[in-house]
Design a protein around this ligand. Structure first.
Ligand SMILES: [Zn+2]
Ligand SMILES: [Zn+2]
Length: 212
């Protein structure tokens, strides 16, 4: 229901959500997404109303907008609704044309993507742009950590550098909760959950759990 709720109609939708079965609610949301004008807020249909779309509503597009090819994909309903909302938002700037909306959405995404600075960071690239802590999947806010700290004489060569997410870097390694020793990238021995006077909760060598 999230994609359809806007300030002026929220109360009505919330009330409807409490009044009808989930399946009917999903149908009503689907209906509202289809018939609403662009991204304008739309109230729920009258209770029990038929949700059959009239031809008129399906035929408001100019002839040339009907496709000669079709691309289909499936995704969770929230993703589909978000995608549709994005297309409609772009279409609003393209005289309401859906196909031009989609096109300018794609152009926008492409130029955003290409405007990102192209890092040629050899350490991040080697570690495939993700935190190297084996239990972590973070790909954002990556830091370049020196396995032997620079403050302890650690060198700048790549075997001494490893990609960590900000959390594992600052709250983990430099806060003493995570220990990394050895040669990057594959021979690092990770101790996760380091506790004073006791064995760490988890020890991994590269991507493997160490059993001892
Ligand atoms: Zn560091
Ligand atoms: Zn991490």
């Amino acid at each position: 229901m999230l994609p359809i709720v806007a300030e002026p109609t929220a109360a009505a939708w919330v009330e409807r959500a409490g009044a009808v079965p989930v399946r009917r609610l999903a149908d009503e949301v689907e209906w509202a997404l289809t018939v609403r004008d662009g991204v304008a807020p739309i109230a729920p249909p009258p209770p029990g109303a038929s949700l059959t779309l009239e031809d008129r509503q399906l035929c408001t597009r100019p002839e040339w907008e009907f496709p000669d090819a079709e691309v289909t994909f499936s995704a969770p309903v929230a993703v589909v609704a978000l995608f549709r909302t994005a297309i409609l938002a772009f279409a609003a700037h393209a005289h309401g044309s859906l196909i031009e909306g989609l096109e300018s959405l794609l152009v926008h995404v492409k130029s955003e993507w290409e405007s990102q600075p192209r890092h040629r960071d050899p350490v991040f690239a080697r570690d495939r742009w993700r935190c190297a802590v084996p239990i972590c999947t973070a790909r954002r806010e990556l830091h370049d950590h020196h396995v032997v700290f620079r403050s302890r004489g650690g060198g700048n060569d790549r075997e001494n550098r490893i990609t960590l997410c900000a959390w594992h870097h600052l709250r983990g390694v430099h806060a003493g909760r995570v220990r990394a020793e050895g040669e990057a990238p594959d021979k690092i021995i990770w101790d996760v959950g380091v506790r004073p006077g006791r064995r760490a909760l988890l020890r991994l060598v590269g991507e493997r759990y160490a059993t001892s």
